[in-house]
Each structure stands twice: as structure tokens, then as C-alpha cells.
Ligand binder design. Sequence first.
Ligand code: SF4
Ligand code: ZN
Length: 287
Amino acid sequence: MKNFNTKTYKRKIFRTISKYKLVEEGDKIFIGLSGGKDSGAACYLISEYIREKKVKCELVSFFIKLGDFVPDEHIETVEKQAEICKIPLKIYDVKNYGIDFKKLKKHPRPICSSCGIVKRYLMNKIPREEGANKLCTGHHGDDFIIFFMKNILGNNINWIGKFTPLLPGRGKQLSRIRPLFFAGGKDNKKFCDEIKFPYVEEDKCPYIFLKKKIDKRRKKWYETIENIEIWQPDFKEHFLKGIISLTEKIKTEGDEIKECEICGEPTSEKICAFCRILKSQEKHIGN
Ligand code: SF4
Ligand code: ZN
């Protein structure tokens, strides 16, 4: 979207929601809020959509607090976001699920990778246990183009089937909806700024310096696709449509989904990555 216009942006997101049937009567949708612009924009637009189109479904936003290091202002921003969207907010603390970031730091696995596992696990378990049938996230088009290219480069074809605005659930895995599938990260920021929607600019996590190294590479990827968009108009939109067509054609089932022998949550292994993290965390008790 070259000349940003909030109405065009909103229409684009609404088109994605209706074309891919992201929201249907009777749904109970949990929306993961991180405090950032992307999940905030997704939450705002999906709640606007159900009000404008009068869809009878339930929306609940939720926030996963990763530790005591999360500043009060961050939580206040998330609270403001939910309030503007006029939907309830639930806050869950990872310590109630046995996670302690100080111990995870001593774990051989990089802390940001453990953090990703914890978030993905809880973002499926919590909404499902609360009776939701769908999970809405703020993943956007730039993310999907980059995930797609990285998976092709890594010859990881099984993942390609996951790149769609609606990923149907399997077993205990909830259906995922991505209303921002055709929007870019910059558009989400411009939208939030234009409508004065609050969001957190910078993560206050004490391990952010570790993530910055990963972010540097990611930034290069984002810059690359932005540059292509300059000389190839609508590159991102056409690329994303191509990804969807490919996904529909090859429809891979992905890894077989089993249930973890310890916690019963979905996994492709005998023991899920979350339970493996908890186990190795125990080794650091008292450290
Ligand atoms: Fe998690 Fe981000 Fe902190 Fe890494 S920097 S541990 S990904 S919150
Ligand atoms: Zn488990």
C-alpha cells in the first residue's frame, strides 16, 4: 500500500476476514495481544468487523505475562488496547505454568527460542481450555513471505501448508486466523498511528539484546521485500496470493499430531517441547 489510507487498509482487512471466513456465527475467538502494533491492529479490526457486520460471536483478548520484568506500563497499554476494542482482556502469568525465565536463561537452548516455545504452547492451550474454537494472531503478510522463503531455503516443505489466512485446527490444535495476512508491518504501524491506537514500541525484556542479533537478520529480509515492492508494484500481494494457491494445491498434512505423554497437549514428538523445557528447568532449581 503505497499511499496509506486507513479506509483502504480497513477494507483490505475486512475483505480477508469475509473471503476466508475467518469469523463465523457462534465462534469463540481468543485474540493474543502482545502490546505491539500488529496484534493490536488485528484485535481492533476484528472487533470492528463483528460490530459492523453484526456477527454473533464472542471475542476475548488475552496477554501472556512472561515474568516480573514486564513493566506495569506495558500491561496498562494492553489494557487500553482491549478497552478501545471494547472486548474483555484476560492476563495469564507463565509462572503459574511452572516457567521461570531466570532458570531458562541457564538452559543450553537460546532463551528466545525457549520463549517462543512457551508462548506457542500457551497460546494454544489457554484459549482451548477456555472454550475457544479459534485463535487470532497479528502475523502479517511480510512475516508470511519471509517464513515462506526461509522454509523453501531450508527445504522444509511441510510448513508451506500453514501459510494461509485460516489454518484449520487439527486434534487439540486450535484453528488459527490471521486477518492481517495481506497487510504489511509498516501498514499496521501507520494504521495504529493514524487512529491513535496505543502500542508498545520496544520490548522491555532483559534478554532483548540477544533477540537484537536475530532481529538484525530479520530486518534485512524485511528491507529486501520492501525494495522489491518499489520496482515490482504489488509484489507482496501477488506473492501472498501465489503462496495461498500453492498451499491449496500441495495441501500437505504436515507432521502427524500426537498428544504429549506428560501434558496431553499436541506435539509431533512423544514429549512436547514445553515439557522438555520444564524438565530441564528442574535441573537448575536452587541455582
Ligand atoms: Fe522472549 Fe523477546 Fe525476551 Fe527473547 S527478547 S526472551 S523472544 S520476550
Ligand atoms: Zn507436554
